[in-house]
Ligand binder design. Structure first.
Ligand SMILES: [Zn+2]
Ligand SMILES: [Zn+2]
Length: 339
């Protein structure tokens, strides 16, 4: 059983993972593998230009012609089963964070297709599924934060998955960011993310933008490749995006992901949003993409000092070229990507 543990003194949290994926003869995430996995609590079917259908599977009724589905992950980092008795009771800790839930969004039935290579319609559906699943998880008791995580490796030959974790509490990195956000809000009298979007717009670190969203390389990146995608004007409700706004976000995200896949090879993406369980926790949301394997990971993990070997402006220039080309491809009907 995996376990989430908090440090004795500091606020860091460690995930002690013990789950191991079962070796399988067939990929459990391909169409036709419904017998290998649990029923999907959420299934989407896209029908040409027709309406989007949302379904739900049961043990007896499976959907074989799905386009996207949500499944409980088969080697979960967290589970909501009762925890075993603690080996060590730390007297000054009231409780450890403990349990949670782990789902995956299977963004395409096609095996071996990276998320950065799907089309705009499918990427929009992925964002919609993140929202729908997130809202459902926030309704559960014990889930106080929904973390969304995607990782893409160029040499990966498996099935692309977007991980969605229902955590018992807000992760420390998000808490820290929120504290800093509130401090700046108080000092500046204005939202710092709005100020960042405004300052970086059309500057040397902008990758691309449309009416609603901007993708940029931050001033002080924590790794050689880092990109932020955020709404240009103040938005603190990620889970209430309208369909046109989802499509616009999908276009900017997808272009940024393709640029990262080109320039950084390997990257991962997380979403920084407030918690729906904490009404006071309102902040301008964003998606963060981090590239590759950092050669100075030891320093960054050990001391919290990030080391990058090139100014972000130079990296941004290279990345922006890829991102803009990707956007042009996406808008022209996406001949390079798969539907
Ligand atoms: Zn597969
Ligand atoms: Zn703002």
């Amino acid at each position: 059983m995996s376990e989430l543990r908090r440090d004795y003194l500091e606020d860091h949290v460690t995930l002690v993972a013990r789950a191991r994926a079962q070796p399988r003869e067939r990929c459990p995430y391909c169409r036709g593998s419904e017998d290998l996995v649990a029923p999907a609590p959420m299934v989407f079917r896209m029908k040409g230009d027709g309406p989007l259908t949302r379904l739900k599977e049961s043990e007896d009724e499976r959907v074989s012609d799905w386009d996207l589905k949500v499944l409980p992950y088969d080697s979960p980092l967290l589970t909501d089963e009762p925890q075993s008795p603690r080996e060590l009771a730390v007297p000054f800790r009231r409780s450890d964070p403990g349990s949670g839930v782990h789902y995956v969004i299977v963004p395409t039935p096609e095996h071996g297709v990276a998320l950065s290579q799907v089309g705009l319609d499918r990427m929009s559906l992925v964002v919609l599924a993140i929202q729908e699943l997130g809202k459902e998880l926030y309704q559960r008791r014990g889930v106080n934060y929904v973390a969304v995580y995607y990782e893409e490796r160029r040499d990966f030959e498996g099935h692309s998955l977007v991980h969605v974790l229902g955590l018992p509490e807000v992760p420390p990195a998000v808490e820290r960011e929120y504290d800093a956000y509130r401090r700046y809000l108080k000092e500046l009298g204005t939202c710092p993310l709005c100020a960042i979007a405004d300052t970086e717009r059309s500057g040397p670190r902008e990758l691309l933008s449309d009416e609603e969203y901007i993708s940029l390389f931050p001033w002080a990146p924590t790794s050689p490749y880092e990109a932020w995608v955020l709404p240009r004007s103040h938005r603190n409700r990620f889970y209430r995006l309208t369909m046109p706004s989802i499509t616009s976000l999908a276009g900017i995200l997808l272009s940024t992901m393709r640029a990262m896949a080109q320039a950084a090879r390997d990257y991962y993406m997380v979403f920084y949003t407030g918690s729906l369980k904490r009404s006071s926790m309102n902040f301008h949301w964003s998606a963060r993409l981090y590239g590759g394997t950092d050669p100075f990971q030891g320093a960054s993990l050990g001391y919290g000092i990030s080391v990058v070997s090139e100014p972000p402006e130079d990296r941004a220039r290279a990345l922006a070229k890829h991102a803009r080309r990707a956007l042009a491809e996406i808008l022209m009907g996406d001949r390079g990507g798969s539907a």
